[in-house]
Design a protein around this ligand. Sequence first.
Ligand SMILES: Cc1ncc(C[n+]2csc(CCOP(=O)(O)OP(=O)(O)O)c2C)c(N)n1
Length: 567
Amino acid sequence: MERYTGAEAFLEILNTNGISSVFFNPGGDVCPVQAAVCRYRVAGKHAPDMVLCLHESVALAAAIGHYMVSGKPQAVMVHSELGTLQLAGQVHNAQWGRTPVVILAQVTAGPARTDWQKQPFDQRIMLRNFVKWDVEIGPRDNLHEKLQQAFDVAMAEPRGPVYVTFTHEVFNHPFDPADIRKPKLVFPAFPKADPAVLTNIADILLHAHHPLIVAGSTGRYIENIRALTDLAETLAAPVMSGLTRMNFPTTHPLCAGIEHIGGSRGINTALAEADVILSLDYDMPYVPAAGSPKPDAGILQVDVDPLTVGRPLWGRGADIFLQADSREAIPALVRILRQHITPAKKAELKSRYALLAAKHLRERQDYRDMALSKAQDSPVSPDWLSYCLAQIMGPDTILVNHLISQAASPTEQIDRTEPFSLLACAGGNIGFAVGAALGAKIAAPDKTVVSLLTDGGFYWGCPVSALWSARAYKAPVLYVIFNNRSYGAIRQIVESLSESKISDELGFASGLDIDPPVDSSLVARSCGGYGRIVDDPAKVMPVLKTALRHVQNGRSAIVDVMLPKGV
Ligand SMILES: Cc1ncc(C[n+]2csc(CCOP(=O)(O)OP(=O)(O)O)c2C)c(N)n1
């Protein structure tokens, strides 16, 4: 009789949920699944690709990157408590990024094991602060039903990670295929946005002099990009896009830019100038004090999770909280606005549109001029580097952007217009961009993926692990390091606290600088990639072009550009 175990049932669930890649790092507990994949392959049956990641945090970062491009639920397998601990800060990033990922690990602790306080050992407590749901599957559970429930919970809005532990028997035991029912893959619908509340929102927006729309993750649904454009044009309101998604084309005359978190340019002025802010699917986690909205600005928060349960918001509440699915709420708001716009209002909005369009044009020209004026700066200017990147990237290129001190430069220089062509980290763990770019490339093998990262982010991101997987799974990425040889953000804080100019000596003495830097070109070469360190501004463009050619020919590349130190 054909062998059919829990592991086969697991593969069936992955297949029906459209999971094409399992990002994993094994222990004995994953072996039954690896063995089932072998049996499936020998039998010519479809099983997902098992993408071996040499570090678990890369596995989870890759899953986040894959989801942000594919929109599909993700599965990550790690070895018991040891692998779980290695997932590290990516769990936080998955939570903040609302990533529907099911993380699976076996429980190895027997019933007699306790913690230091003599309480029963609870493996799931490790991730409980970050996940929507944690559950254990035991031998008496129907694996199929419980696992499907885990994927359903992860995918239901607001999406988020789920931690599933399982006992040793679960994947090894015979499983009756008759117990497998095709899942319905239907997620709970949200009640329609309350028309009275939407009418109120429309009224407030129409009376505002400087309304601003802020879109956080609306672009996770492709239809929202068109709908948001309709909304902005109907209201003649600028749109500031959150940095984690392509929500609104930067080339649109109403684009007020992509949010950047402090960094080289300080604050986004759009937030500080608005009298009413319509916040769509936006957490506002980092709004720095200086860039916060005016104290009397109206805040209208529309989100599937308007109170952002489990994640701190920005500490000042809102005038309206509306729980709604933006796919339904944005077009509904557009309809209401259109009904309420009088001919006089229409004329007013038309002139506001013209002013905003002129401002947009001016700003873009200023950005270009600024970058070009720095073309010869040595050390290399991040604006010049971003300008050069813009020249080698097509609209379809997927940009994985995790810069900190230079956050503003690429948002100003590199246009993003196509759905899913931008992804960035919603959480605070900086080791995101290396693994996320790998996952994005695996999700979209025909697209070019360019990952911008800090030197700190490069080291945190376990580059050897990610580059090994990129090579093995034919998922080459162009990594560009904006290298300031320092923990620049921390340096700024220490500089202000110490009230002293941080010299090289002080930077080293206080543990701020990562200098001398690691020779990343050797890291690239050790993993079969192309690597170059660039400190001459004239070499930036030619090296980027060469690196891109290597990537298009199947090799990952690291271009490590030396910028001014510490800033
Ligand atoms: C995993 C992790 N550890 C520590 C921090 C705290 N932290 C915030 S910014 C920063 C410095 C980041 O340096 P780098 O990534 O090189 O970027 P830069 O500030 O130089 O632009 C640190 C250590 C963090 N956010 N994430």
